[in-house]
Design a protein around this ligand. Structure first.
Ligand code: ATP
Ligand code: TYD
Length: 239
């Protein structure tokens, strides 16, 4: 599958049209950003690591009944996906209190959230991605009530599946972000699920295994991303 025209150059990925009007190619670049683009770097192989983990998760989720945009990989950092009309929501599922939840609300860092929380932000960099509620989402016509119900149900099911998979590899899924899109009336999971969009803690040591290593300069980001890929895609260690 050949890239035709660059449609979108985001902060970490580029999206290309292809000969098939229903398919796109997403290039996972080596750019990494944090704090609303305030911190930026290029880290060699980051794109490959995130693409590999995303493809692995999408295949696993498809096998477990979740509709995703994933078709196949062209090479280690180019993914063929279904072209979606993206819904500008950042759908975050949280199993443990961390990050902005702890900064903005009186939760104790590390407190379990049972049942998990679904928090939805408006994907709008200029407005710094403000948190939404169901009424605002519907009033802004970002999604219908039926779509919103479906998105939340899918988000919790993805969380259940990924939490279980990661736990088998000795990793706690603290929280993660998803983006959804529609093709006709069908909702698909789009974008990526990777170390850039998840918060992962080592089950034994509590060590960060995700973009927090980059955000807060906790160590060698690429060495950790590489190790996480090997762990997630490798044999189960902790049943
Ligand atoms: P961020 O998600 O970090 O706020 P961004 O919007 O700059 O940043 P990138 O990940 O760099 O995002 O760019 C990828 C773009 O591709 C996003 O706009 C995303 O919504 C879009 N996208 C992802 N999957 C699909 C798809 N299947 N069809 C159409 N667009 C998609
Ligand atoms: P959150 O705690 O809201 O933000 P921060 O990471 O700045 O403390 O993030 C929750 C999870 O969602 C975390 O795993 C990172 C992911 N996420 C993204 O991938 N992109 C985003 O724009 C946001 C807000 C979160």
């Amino acid at each position: 599958m050949k890239c035709k025209q660059l449609l979108v150059k985001g902060k970490a990925k580029s999206v290309y049209s292809t000969d098939d009007r229903h398919k796109l190619v997403i290039e996972f670049r080596d750019d990494i950003t944090a704090f609303d683009g305030g911190k930026k770097d290029v880290l060699k192989n980051k794109g490959n690591y995130n693409a590999e983990v995303s493809a692995f998760f999408f295949e696993y989720l498809e096998q477990n009944g979740i509709r995703t945009h994933f078709f196949t990989m062209v090479d280690p950092h180019h993914m063929v996906v279904r072209k979606l009309e993206m819904i500008p929501l950042e759908v975050i599922v949280r199993n443990i209190a961390a990050g902005s939840l702890v900064r903005n609300y009186p939760f104790r860092e590390g407190a379990p959230l049972n049942p998990p929380l679904v928090v939805i932000d408006y994907k709008d960099d200029a407005r710094h991605d403000p948190m939404l509620n169901d009424e605002i989402i519907v009033a802004l016509k970002l999604a219908t009530p039926a779509e919103l119900k479906k998105i939340k149900k899918m988000a919790l099911e993805v969380n259940r599946l990924l939490s279980s998979l990661l736990s088998d590899h000795g990793i706690t899924l603290v929280d993660f972000k998803m983006e959804f899109g529609r093709q006709g009336k069908t909702i698909y999971l789009g974008d990526e699920i990777s170390m850039d969009s998840m918060r992962l803690w080592d089950k034994k040591t509590g060590e960060s295994l995700d973009k927090d290593v980059y955000r807060f300069e906790k160590g060698d980001v690429m060495a950790i991303y590489n190790r996480v890929v090997q762990r997630i895609t490798g044999p189960v260690m902790n049943k």
